[in-house]
Design a protein around this ligand. Structure first.
Ligand code: HH2
Length: 264
């Protein structure tokens, strides 16, 4: 899953794709590099980020989604109106960092459309989440809180087969929590198919000793492969070509490559 943030302020690629033509070109490039899906978002959810109005979010992302129609697109949003508008414009998956908590209307939008949904773990909101980073067993608590969100989705008429989960690296977690969560990620397999977003995040900086976000590609790939080994089957990444190459080699060596005729 290639990350396409149409924002001025995302933590790593903020401003790079605010111009729709640049965003569309970046999306096409990631598909050519092997991304199976693009995750398009118009609101930064980095720690302390200020929320924006759904109208502004839609103004940023809808032209980009419409131009890339035909590609598998997830819309990274917490707003029900943006989910609906993005699905109309050509998105097929909803990726909600609030796991359908932020906007009370979001569950019924997803249920009515029958689309796949990614429920990401967070406590509080991006403004308040740092104060909620308190766990005794982070992987177990994230698993049980995600299981509650899955149950909430199913109660609202969302089919269990379309639900994926995401541990929410960097959301209401300290660096130590992120590391423990990644080490213990496999416990989440019992809750649902795992999406993992470690790309360029601060804890990768801590583990690698690299301050600059754009310098964290190799560390992000190592962490992504570690997540893959534990069962994650979608990696949300900035660096598509390099991640695809690393995964291909990993799958070849571990004998887990889907039948592409490349083996041998
Ligand atoms: N992380 C970010 C945003 N959306 N969605 C999922 N499912 N998983 C994640 O880990 C995740 C996410 C934050 O990263 P980014 O989009 O690169 O930055 P920003 O929120 O500043 O736009």
């Amino acid at each position: 899953m290639g990350i396409l943030n149409v924002t001025p302020d995302s933590f790593s690629d903020g401003g790079a794709h605010l111009d729709p033509d640049q965003a569309i070109a970046a999306g096409r490039r990631m598909v050519a590099e092997g991304a199976g899906m693009l995750d398009i978002g118009g609101e930064s959810t980095r720690p302390g980020a200020t929320p924006i109005a759904p109208e502004e979010e839609q103004r940023r992302i809808l032209p980009v989604i419409a131009a890339l129609r035909g590609v598998l697109i997830s819309v990274d949003t917490r707003h029900a109106s943006t989910m609906a508008a993005a699905l109309d414009a050509g998105a097929t998956v909803v990726n909600d960092v609030s796991a359908l908590r932020y906007d009370p209307a979001s569950r019924s939008v997803v249920a009515a459309r029958g689309c796949p949904v990614i429920l990401m773990h967070m406590r509080g909101t991006p403004e308040t989440m740092a104060a909620h980073a308190d766990y005794s067993d982070v992987a177990a608590e994230v698993a049980s809180e995600l299981a509650e969100r899955v149950a909430y989705a199913i109660e609202g008429g969302i089919h269990p087969a379309v639900i994926a989960i995401d541990p929410g690296f960097g959301f209401a977690k300290t660096g130590d929590h992120n590391i423990a969560l990644l080490r213990g990620l496999s416990v989440l397999n019992r809750v649902g198919p795992i999406v993992a977003g470690v790309s360029r995040k601060r804890f990768i900086g801590r583990l690698s000793g690299v301050d600059q976000e754009r310098g964290r590609m190799a560390g992000s790939i190592a962490a992504g492969l570690f997540a893959w080994q534990q069962g994650a089957r979608t990696l949300r990444v900035h660096d598509v070509a390099e991640t695809v190459q690393a995964l291909r080699v990993w799958q070849e060596l571990s004998g887990t490559l889907p039948n592409t005729g490349m083996a041998g």
